[in-house]
Design a protein around this ligand. Sequence first.
Ligand code: CMC
Length: 436
Amino acid sequence: MTPSDVKATLSFSDGSPSMDLPIYKGTIGPDVIDIRKLYAQTGKFTYDPGFLSTASCNSTITYIDGDKGELLYRGYPIEQLAVNCDFLETCYLLLYGELPNAAQKDAFVGRVTQHTMVNEQMQFFLRGFRRDAHPMAVMTGLVGALSAFYHDSTDINNPEHREIAAIRLIAKMPTLVAMAYKYSVGQPYVYPRNDMSYGANFMRMMFATPCEEYKSNDVLVRAMDRIFILHADHEQNASTSTVRLCGSSGTNPFAAIAAGVACLWGPAHGGANEACLNMLEDIQAMGGVAKIGEFISKVKDKNSGVRLMGFGHRVYKNYDPRAKLMRETCHEVLSELGLENDPLFKLAMELEKIALEDEYFVARKLYPNVDFYSGIVQRAIGIPVSLFTAIFALARTVGWIAQLNEMIADPEYKIGRPRQLFVGSPKRDVKPLAQR
Ligand code: CMC
């Protein structure tokens, strides 16, 4: 962190002494005011629920400029990565800070593919779940269960352990997601094939059956790979912050990632793609395009509790750059599958057009986010709606582990321990039961 020449001065209207606070500059983005000594010097905390103005860490991994609609992984624009690199190159970049050369890429792909199988016992673990359980409930359990298997990669203070846990997680997530899916539909699990690409192998594990030869489709594999790249990291969002906070206690890395999976499940975060597709299906059932006006009126009515899912973002106050790329992929996939006239896609396009022109959305800078399109793409590929968030978790795993490892490797890292403003009852005495 580079100290700035400028200092912030905090003064109080009651005459208490003022305090100078150091300011640090990042390479890009807003400066931060260092308040670490605030409590020791003033006896006061800061108050920022929802972290609207609080940087919880410093990081070198991902940068978002929400006003410009810019997303950089290790400095590289997402638009360039999505076109020039595949997902495993992106994983290498996020984990190690640089894009791999050809030899480094081969070695990395080789390492990941050697770890794609999961312990056979995982099948018995899966059997404990109801077949109609939500895939994110299953994934939270399965990823947590990994912590019971790999005792040679659980010491997070050991860089080699961190490295092997990272490779295992990236390698095994597709296998686990596909197993969760196969279990839900009562089909036999399909073992990974290490002569296929990461995306092609995942799609084979999802859709192959023992009855016929599985043929992989390059356009769909590329779309899947792009979904993975676009979701790989997104700086200090709710699930990543959860992983950092959970991991800050020194817990098992697989357990910390399971906490991230649990957080991602929520509809305001990773569950938005599922919620978005359910919303489109609801509007379709109501009467489709003709009912958009009525639906938009509900969204604008604060008492209805209805939100336009797939729109708005805490950080992007401009078009989500991932949404632009996903929109492109959406057209490619629908054309490959001959689904250009898919009524849900047409409905989504119409909804997007209307919302982008509507004063309510324009004034609040609410633009489509990546989930608005990723659901349509996944549905076209044949992925069930309830599995969308599990695929997001698969892709985000590399981001979580890169962020966790960055935190642990930082010599200044401390257990995360937020403070609070207590507004409950002051100290009081317990009365005997008869007097309450
Ligand atoms: N539909 C209707 N109104 C909205 C929406 C929406 N999707 N999003 C925000 N608003 C309104 C909100 O009511 C508020 O209006 P007002 O100022 O009149 O009270 C204003 O816009 C600001 O909203 P906010 O809730 O303060 O914004 P936030 O930054 O806390 O929320 C969000 C961000 C993503 C939770 C929210 O936009 C949302 O619920 N969107 C729908 C869910 C969604 O698509 N989430 C996926 C995010 S992208 C995937 C990821 O990165 O995880």
